[in-house]
Design a protein around this ligand. Sequence first.
Ligand SMILES: C[S@@+](CC[C@H](N)C(=O)[O-])C[C@H]1O[C@@H](n2cnc3c(N)ncnc32)[C@H](O)[C@@H]1O
Length: 302
Amino acid sequence: MQTNPAFVQVTHNSATAEIFQTDAVEHLQQLPDSSVDLLVTSPPYCIGKEYESTISTKDFEKEVRRSFTEMFRVVKNGGSICWQVGSHVTNNVIVPLDYLIFQEASKLENLYLRNRIIWTFGHGIHANRRLSGRYETVLWFTKGNDYYFDLDPIRELQKYPGKRHYKGPNKGKFSGNPKGKNPADVWDIPNVKANHIEKTGHPCQFPVALIKRLVESMCPIGGTVCDPYSGSGTSAVASLLTGRNFTGAELEQRYLNIAKDRLEELKAGAIRYREDKPVMKPDMKSSVARLPSHFEVGWKNG
Ligand SMILES: C[S@@+](CC[C@H](N)C(=O)[O-])C[C@H]1O[C@@H](n2cnc3c(N)ncnc32)[C@H](O)[C@@H]1O
């Protein structure tokens, strides 16, 4: 592991990723106008992680205000901004932080919200006085109305792939799109917790699969992705894996070191990441003998 990378640059299959050890907004200020196809990020969101100096939503608002106009400036017309965030929780009171982002975004002309993607996952803190939180959101905005979006690389298998109409004027033709279905706006992708194969020393990583979907559908091959709060470099990894260039920033050297290691592993063909595949559901048949009775009754009754 390097002790002082300050700047990381890795080229793989003609795409280059660079991450600077600097402040997010200072990095954005170095980038030319309209030079980024997709800005995807998750700045600290005041939930008490070790890299966060404050735990107040006021500070989150301040950071959104400080960075949003610069993000908007560097994104091309027709490009996208994806902002991933969760909720702030104190004393069992929650504040959904994406509404603060939406408020700030609404002040910018020519920026449009396309989807509020619900990212749902299986693991997290177990609440006792409310329901356990198992989703966060990604707000997807586009700069302008004529925007880049390619659905094909992120299509999913239908429930009944290859099914055809059996009557009517379309008899014999595929009833769904043979390329697969739209993955819709609720994405079940495991979060990176202790046993996840992507886990590094960063406390709050994106899963590669989440960012890969955004990169593949919102940035053309050979285009540029930016994450000004890069953390362990997941957005950089997803970009290089799919032939997109990447530029980013991260304040803390220990996280830049992790990003550097991951990018070098990727170049060497040794990076480990979870493929974007369906999440395993409990196997009721094999576990029914051990189930509490109310589950057993539910299962037996179908
Ligand atoms: C939520 S984490 C991002 C994690 C990242 N998505 C990943 O997959 O690893 C936010 C990151 O922003 C970094 N950070 C905090 N303030 C920053 C600033 N002003 N400029 C750049 N990075 C900053 C933190 O050190 C932290 O790694």
